[in-house]
Write a protein that binds this ligand. Structure first.
Ligand code: SAM
Length: 241
């Protein structure tokens, strides 16, 4: 039997013996692009049930059916880390979502700050998150939430979840190594940075830990990767397997 090299996200339940009906796009990818035939094996994940081996049972022009055989990996959820970021230009926002999935964010929250003036297609970002999970062998897909305003986000904030605020005003002073474990969210600002009243709000919240990402001003997409790296390498699954 051939090795199942292809990994595919499906939005259906996965369990032993479960049939999985393919969409037209999935069938096109598997049968026309990857040239799979009846009996070929693929690996499936849906973000909830781990990863499953499945066999191609039926090939059709605009669809087809796979059947799950056995679970090949359990669901491995990332640590309880959210990424909050202010949307920037489209390709750079796509990059942030892709890297957030690869780096192991559990939830992605775009936030509208005072200096944010980019539009957002959340449906496209969700598709990017799925593609990133397919590519990096993750079997968890972090939800990408709808855009929310900065004030609304902070008004309903649970103080038990600490916020790691990437504060471009600090330059050089790093505090994270002394921070406690537990639920966290990273906050990255837009290209224009945070407005004075937003900075004041964050400074008044006791659950907020401002952090420097070094002496240079990073682009927001670089800052997101740098902050995720910092957190994962001190509090996350890079140090706690
Ligand atoms: N226009 C702003 C300025 O000149 O101060 C810079 C904004 S920066 C391009 C976008 C975001 O990345 C910031 O809001 C911050 O969250 C993060 N960031 C960039 N460089 C940083 C640094 N050295 N330390 C902490 N955060 C940084």
């Amino acid at each position: 039997m051939t090795e199942a090299r292809i990994r595919l996200y499906v939005d259906q339940a996965l369990a032993a013996g479960q049939p999985v009906a393919l969409t037209e796009a999935q069938a096109n990818y598997l049968f026309n692009v990857m040239r799979l035939v009846t009996g070929s094996r693929v690996r499936l994940f849906n973000g909830r049930d781990g990863e499953w081996l499945a066999v191609v049972e039926h090939v059709a022009k605009r669809g087809g059916v796979l059947r799950c055989s056995a679970q090949s990996a359990p669901l491995i959820a990332p640590p309880d880390l959210w990424l909050i970021f202010a949307p920037i230009k489209k390709t750079r926002t796509d990059f942030i979502v892709e890297k957030a999935v690869e780096m192991g964010a559990a939830r992605i929250l775009p936030v509208q700050t005072r200096y944010t003036n980019e539009r957002l297609r959340e449906d496209k970002l969700r598709a990017h998150a799925i593609e990133a999970a397919e590519q990096c062998e993750a079997n968890y897909v972090p939800p990408v939430e709808d855009l929310v305003t900065f004030d609304r986000l902070l008004a309903g904030w649970d103080p038990a979840r600490r916020i790691l605020w990437a504060d471009e005003g600090l330059r050089g002073r790093a505090a994270l190594l002394r921070a406690p474990p537990g639920p966290w969210a990273i906050l990255i600002g837009p290209e224009g940075g945070f407005a004075p009243e937003e900075r004041a709000k964050l400074q008044a919240m006791s659950c907020v830990t401002p952090v420097s990402l070094g002496p240079r001003i990073l682009r927001a997409d670089t800052a997101a990767v740098a902050a995720l790296t910092l957190w994962q390498s001190t509090l996350g699954d890079w140090v706690q397997a």
